[in-house]
Design a protein around this ligand. Structure first.
Ligand SMILES: *[C@@H]1O[C@H](CO)[C@@H](O)[C@H](O)[C@H]1NC(C)=O
Ligand SMILES: *[C@@H]1O[C@H](CO)[C@@H](O)[C@H](O)[C@H]1NC(C)=O
Length: 263
């Protein structure tokens, strides 16, 4: 995916800006308006070129996000974090709802664990999925549901709710409804996986699939939002998660927040 932003601008820079320089020089006396226009076009090309370069550059400076390139996601990060989540949440790991794209991968991994029941909500289409995923859908374990509407589950149906990526695609107006919904259907905790600002995502296909590009928000933005929505962070769970992470030299490639369920 790093190829995507770089190629078009390189193409423009090679094929476009050099002839423009010549044009500015030869025509600057005859038509000031034209030359101003060309300078503006040149500036836009330059900014575009720098922007795509800096975007490409930042991806290599963030540790551990190599997995996220190519449009992968925090959903795959949930799978990596499972042993750590087990340490932090212990008994609460017995009845889990995962919400997010590619939920079948998380659910089928959770179902392999002993004493674990798992369900999944896929916020986007379930058209192009594996036979295994289709079978989970047929059994009613995984279902498609638009997160802008109430979730089709009773209050406290699950001990733990894990959400990955999905929230990055919702505007604050919908987040205001969706986050309390996740808390409502959980009995013990909600764990939120979101992308770090500056992380690269697959842009073209992503917009087609999710309806809008991901908005990757900072940790302070999220914490402010949780407070506004009366969702409290569970500091003891956060601490346990951190301790278990450092013990295993695990560095999450996504932001992870630990929220309390409603009393
Ligand atoms: C979300 O809810 C909070 C508190 O109920 C409110 O202050 C805020 O304006 C809402 N934001 C949006 C975008 O609706
Ligand atoms: C905080 O998380 C721990 C799991 O680490 C859980 O046992 C505890 O009940 C949670 N506290 C609240 C108030 O939700």
């Amino acid at each position: 995916m790093s190829r995507r932003p770089v190629n078009p601008s390189r193409h423009l820079a090679d094929g476009g800006s050099i002839p423009f320089v010549g044009a500015i020089q030869s025509k600057s006396r005859s038509s000031p308006l034209l030359s101003i226009g060309l300078v503006v076009v040149g500036a836009i090309l330059l900014i575009g070129f720098c922007y795509s370069n800096s975007e490409g550059g930042s991806s290599s400076t963030i540790k551990g996000v190599s997995k996220l390139e190519g449009g992968a996601s925090c959903t795959s990060e949930v799978l990596r974090a499972l042993p750590v989540l087990k340490k932090a949440y212990g008994d609460s790991m017995h009845k889990i709802l995962h919400v997010g794209p590619d939920t079948c991968s998380v659910v089928s991994n959770l179902l392999k664990e002993e004493d674990t029941e798992a369900w999944g909500v896929e916020p986007y289409e379930l058209d192009d999925v594996s036979a295994n995923c289709k079978s989970l859908v047929r059994k009613g374990i995984v279902r498609a549901a638009d997160l802008k509407f109430p979730l089709p589950y009773r209050a406290k149906s699950f001990s733990l709710v894990i959400v990955s990526d999905a929230l990055d695609y919702l505007s604050p107006r919908y987040l205001n409804k969706t986050l309390p919904e996740l808390a409502r259907v959980s009995a013990d905790a909600v764990v939120v996986f979101t992308g770090y600002p500056g992380q690269l995502r697959a842009k073209g296909g992503e917009v087609a699939k999710f309806g809008r590009p991901a908005k990757l928000r900072s940790s302070s933005w999220w914490i402010r939002f949780f407070v506004q929505s009366n969702l409290e962070e569970n500091e003891s769970a956060g601490k346990k998660f951190e301790q278990a992470s450092s013990k295993r030299s695990y560095q999450p490639a996504c932001q992870v927040f630990h929220l309390k369920s409603f009393p």
